[in-house]
Structure formats: C-alpha cells, structure tokens
Design a protein around this ligand. Sequence first.
Ligand code: AMP
Length: 296
Amino acid sequence: MQQIVHDPDRMRALVVEARAAGRRVGFVPTMGALHAGHVSLVTRAARDCDDVAVSIFVNPTQFGPQEDFARYPRTLAADTAQLAPHGVKWIYAPEVSAVYLPGDATRIVVGGPAVRFEGERRPGHFDGVATVVCKLFQAVPADAAYFGAKDWQQTLVVRRMVYDLGLPIEIVVCPTVREADGLAMSSRNAYLSAADRPRAAAISESLRQAEQLWAAGAAAAAIEETMRKTMEAHGIVVDYAALADPESLEPLTADASRAVALVAGRLGSTRLIDNRELRGRGTSEPRSTPDQGLAR
Ligand code: AMP
C-alpha cells in the first residue's frame, strides 16, 4: 500500500527509519503526469531496492518566465493509481511552499555539462534542476536515485552536482522508453495536436539516421545537417541538432569514437527533446549511460 507524504521532515524520517532497519531505498524524482517512461524507472528501482519512493513535484525554478509551468499537467490522482501496481512505498508530493521556504534565497549554480544546449536555450533551467534535486535528496535520503537517459544533459548535470557536493547517493541512468513510432515518451507529448503527433516521429528518425551515418564514418557536420533536414521536412522548428562528447557535451574532436546526438525542436507550441548515444565508428562498442567517470 503506497503512502502519500507531503511533509519533507516526515518523508525524511520514514526513509531514515527504513535505512536504519537495513532496507535499501530507491528514489525516482518526477514532475508527475506519469507515463511508461517513468514507470520503467520505478520498475528498475523496485528490482534493485527494498523500498521505493517516487516524488511528484512540478518545480517552478526550472521553468523560464515564458515556459509552461502554469499549464504543465498536474494529475496526482491518476499518477497515484498508475503507480499502485508497481510496489511504490511512498509518493512524496510536497507543496511548493514546503520546498521553497518563505524568503528562499539559495540556488545551486551549475556549469560544465550544463552550459550548452538546454543550458543555452533555457537560462537558469539547470540551476533550478540541480537545486530541486538537491532539496529532494534531503527529503528522500535514499541509497540510489533513478533518472532517464531521455534527459541526457540532465543526467550529466545531476552526476556532476552529486560528485561536486559529495552527496551520498548513487545515480542510476535508465534507457529511454519510446512509443511504437519511436517518439520518446514525455509528459509534454500530451500537448501535441492530432496533426502534429505523427510529425513528432521525425525527431527519433533523425537520431536513427545519425546512428547509421556515424557508424558509416560520416563527418559530424554532415550528420548534423541530415538530422536538421529530416526534422524540418516534417515541420519541426529545430532548436539544435548536434553531436557532442557524451560526457562533457563539449564539441567533438576530429578523432572522437563516441558521441551523443542531441536534438530539440518545436511543433506548434510544444518543445520536445531527444538524444541517442552513438557507438564507436566501425566497432560494436556497447552503448553505455552517461557516467562522466564520476562514479565514487
Ligand atoms: P520528468 O517528470 O519529465 O521530470 O521526468 C522524470 C524522470 O523520468 C527523469 O529522470 C526523466 O529523464 C525520466 N523520463 C522521462 N521520460 C522518459 C522516457 N521516455 N524514458 C525513460 N525515462 C524517462
């Protein structure tokens, strides 16, 4: 039976108590509007851990002033029902005022992997992400936290923060769950109009092309151009379509054997992101998840 907890101190006490009793606790932070991608993280956490906590919190500080904070879907009852069969012990759903206290004046500022791509287009976004993740880890001091590779840059930022601040939590990155046509599952897919929904498949299609071209030895600039054209041909307004180092997100060196392809684009008023790790050229190097060499 899952318990909904709103109070951070209460939440923390429950996790501390479980761990003191020798139980391994897994934590899945989310903003709700849950889908099969989120559930895959929960399933993985339930496999690895004795108890699982899921947070549902739409974090205001990671949204820009012109972004969709107000209209972001809030579906706590449906989310709770969706989690019921998956062995979640606690749903942590704090009020904004319990996370950002009156007079709140503290932020975590992240550089490094936070600087390019989403960091450039969404100023302050990753500072908001790092700040809330750190606060969530205070309320849910779990053994391990589970994040989706869907938000590749976010996983790098979180790992960097955890390493730099010495936070005692393991970060586990799980593969992206996709719809049948390849579209990465996202709470924001619900915004897509019926006409735009099929066009959105061009995002993952462009990443599939990137993978093939990379394996065949094509130049990075040519791959980026192909990705952009594929998306534009389907009416997507491309924010970026780029290859980068999969751990630093710096531009690729000429002899790079590993890369990540990152894309962001808009369909109507919906902004979608996706990525794919590219295997070593001409080799069958296995895909990994981003770890930045920061494992403690
Ligand atoms: P969000 O609710 O969008 O903040 O996402 C919460 C967590 O779920 C993040 O770690 C995301 O990367 C992860 N996530 C979102 N979509 C997917 C997906 N399609 N597959 C796997 N993980 C996902």
